[in-house]
Design a protein around this ligand. Structure first.
Ligand code: LRH
Ligand code: MN
Ligand code: MN
Length: 388
């Protein structure tokens, strides 16, 4: 796509979902650093997410994580979000924080623990009914630390049973996204370690089961764009948890560690039709801002995804196809790199102005005084944190 108008049009309809947990305090197992002005309630997280949308224009949804965002009335929470110009997006489940889950949740050898975990997943679908959310995001920390600790195959059977029960409960307009992760917190064997395991379970269940790619969940050196291309071709790419990493599941700002990788991923998304609205690929962020300001970190991340998308849309597909067909390796690579090396910031600034936004979202946010206001307003009470 080389016509700037068409590129802008495509960028205008981009939707990037931010995670409620990115607005709360977070850290590592060594220290959670408390920041000022951090939200104390799910409503205040939504207030902050609305700021990201206000200044970027492309972040209209916020994902929730249950029980971190537990409220009495989820329909009221959805209405609250709408009043602030955003919507509730994916409902993320949490079967990793109770003592009961030490040996696993849905794969636990104890049927009572499995039942408890499944009940939580089903409750999350009830919540989706109230928030109007389409996506249920399932991530299981399940796994083992030592060879022989539990039966790998039996755990797969238990997992399949739970997934089937959740699938059964989904409404017509709902689906689940099964997230894989190589390791952590389990260090020997994880029950959904890679896209293949997620894909196989999803294929068996049907179209309402899709794979979600968290970009921080692979072994170093994994070709993530290949996975994206493959899943899209199979109609099984449900979405992304975007973040970046240098070493493991670092949850740093997307596009910070390896912007070229983000571009390559977005190119495969565009190439595979995943950017079309009816492809239903959810572009979500899953990040933690341990040392940087949170709302500003989210704004920066949204802009990083926008920039990678703009470059992906700018790839001269015709020239690329011609070079590929001719076996012209260097020309094909040059066409690809041309798009990556384009400075798309002026184009995006122009687009924002056309959308009635400030061309520089970070500067506009800083000048808005929102941060100073919430630091003052949120002085008292308990700040929400990762896990709170
Ligand atoms: C697991 C994960 C998953 C969780 C989130 C907090 O590492 O990526 O998506 O829900 O982190
Ligand atoms: Mn994730
Ligand atoms: Mn993760």
């Amino acid at each position: 796509m080389n016509d700037t108008g068409a590129v802008k049009e495509a960028l205008r309809r981009q939707q990037i979902e931010t995670p409620s947990w990115a607005y709360g305090n977070s850290g590592t197992r060594f220290k959670v650093f408390a920041q000022q002005g951090v939200p104390r309630t799910p409503q205040e997280k939504i207030d902050d997410a609305a700021q990201v949308h206000r200044f970027t224009g492309v972040a209209p949804r916020v994902a929730v994580h249950i029980p971190w965002d537990r409220v009495d009335d989820y329909a009221a929470l959805a209405a609250y979000a709408e009043e602030r110009g955003v919507r509730i997006g994916a409902v993320n489940t949490n079967v990793f924080q109770d003592d009961d889950y030490m040996l696993g949740s849905v794969t636990n050898p104890d049927p009572a623990v499995r039942r408890k975990a499944l009940d939580h997943l089903l409750e999350a679908v009830d919540i989706m009914d109230q928030t109007g959310s389409r996506d249920l995001k399932l991530w299981f920390s399940d796994g083992t630390n030592y060879p022989g600790q539990d039966d790998i195959r039996a755990r797969q059977d238990r997992l399949a049973e739970a997934l089937a029960a959740v699938y059964e409960r989904l409404g017509d307009d709902q689906r689940f996204l099964l997230e894989y992760k190589l390791f952590e917190p389990a260090f020997y064997m994880t029950d959904v370690p890679d896209w293949g395991a997620s894909y196989a379970h999803c294929v068996k269940l049907g179209p309402k089961a899709q794979v979600v790619v968290d970009t921080g969940h692979h072994a170093p050196g994994t070709n993530i764009e290949f996975i994206v291309a493959f899943l899209l071709r199979e109609g099984k790419l449900g979405g992304f948890d975007f973040n970046s990493r240098f070493y493991a599941d670092d949850d740093l700002m997307v596009g910070a560690a390896d912007p070229f990788q983000l571009f390559r991923i977005m190119y495969e998304v565009v190439r595979g039709g995943g950017y079309e609205p009816d492809a239903n690929v959810a572009f979500m962020l899953d990040q933690c801002h341990n040392v940087e300001p949170k709302i500003q970190g989210q704004i920066r991340s949204v802009m990083n995804v926008q920039e990678a998308t703009a470059k992906a849309l700018l790839v001269d597909r015709e020239a690329l196809a011609a070079a590929q067909a001719a076996g012209d390796v260097l020309e094909a690579n040059a066409v690809f790199m041309d798009a990556y090396n384009t400075d798309v910031r002026p184009l995006l600034a122009e687009l924002r102005e056309e959308m009635g936004l400030h061309p520089d979202p970070v500067a506009a946010y800083k000048a808005s005084g929102y941060y100073e206001r919430v630091v003052e307003e949120r002085k008292d009470g308990q700040a929400a944190g990762w896990g709170a």
